[in-house]
Design a protein around this ligand. Structure first.
Ligand code: PEP
Length: 254
């Protein structure tokens, strides 16, 4: 299936940035920008850090922009200090949740299996769509292991039999480094992920799952990437902190 048949999905990962007042102002700028012509045909999601979710959900109410959590715990409740659950995210106004971001895998030692449990928890809750992040490190790419790593992460993430989901291909060497994957490198990984999804889930389920690219996306490189047939949108970190840059990325995608 070609990218023309999937609506672009553009997501902002704010990571551990912004305070309440900045977040509110950002959402107002974003709404103003999206309301200005020409009309944008893209799904837009903001992933703020947990304390900002209520502000963002309030500022974006009655808009088409959705909100997501940056992480979740696989269990619904209990003694897990510092964690949040799927019901808590949904209750706070989230429709999405990031699962397996490389900063969680690297900085918090999250295994492929743990990511799979999170994806299954989001799917069980139904109101939350997981955005599953996969990607190889620079060393794994140098050693020619990119596709092997992507396959391992993908299969573990889908092991719990997810409902609807989106995937983000985020090469670790491109995250926050300014070194974006070329459109050709990204397309090769996306095409591979699409094929493996077809093999695992069948044509229909694989065709509806968007595959986003993430890794130093900016207004300058977004157009070349989104032109690739298997790139359905972006997960944007650094550039998403500036609403005008994020809007420019949305505009060249939708
Ligand atoms: C990310 O953290 O998901 C990301 C893609 O970050 P950046 O755009 O800053 O590389």
């Amino acid at each position: 299936m070609s990218a023309e048949r999937r609506r672009p999905l553009i997501a902002a990962n704010w990571k551990m940035n912004l305070l309440k007042a900045d977040a509110a102002e950002y959402c107002r700028d974003l709404r103003r920008g999206l309301a200005a012509p020409p009309e944008v045909d893209a799904r837009v999601v903001i992933f703020p850090s947990f304390p900002l979710i209520p502000v963002v959900a309030r500022e974006l109410v009655d808009s088409e922009v959705e909100v997501g959590g940056q992480d979740l715990h696989p269990e619904e409740r209990g003694a897990h200090t510092g964690d949040v659950s799927a019901p808590q995210l949904a209750d706070a106004g989230c429709a999405w949740v990031l699962c397996g971001h490389s900063e969680r895998r690297q900085n918090h030692g999250e295994s492929d299996e743990w990511v799979g449990l999170k994806v299954a928890a989001a799917a069980r809750h139904r109101q939350l769509t997981p955005l599953i992040c996969v990607g190889e490190t620079g060393l794994e790419r140098k050693e020619g292991r990119t596709l092997e790593v992507l396959e391992r992460q993908l299969l573990a993430a889908l092991a719990g039999g997810p409902g609807p989901f989106a995937l983000a291909y985020e090469p670790v060497w491109a995250i926050g480094t300014g070194e974006t994957a070329t459109p050709e490198i990204a397309q090769e990984a996306h095409r591979y992920l699409r094929q493996r999804m077809v093999e695992e889930l069948g044509e229909v389920a694989a065709a509806v799952a968007p595959i986003l690219y993430g890794g130093s996306v900016t207004p300058d490189n977004a157009a070349g990437l989104i032109a690739q047939p298997d790139i359905d949108g972006f997960l944007v970190g650094g550039a998403s902190l500036d609403p005008q840059k994020f809007l420019a990325i949305i505009r060249c995608s939708g």
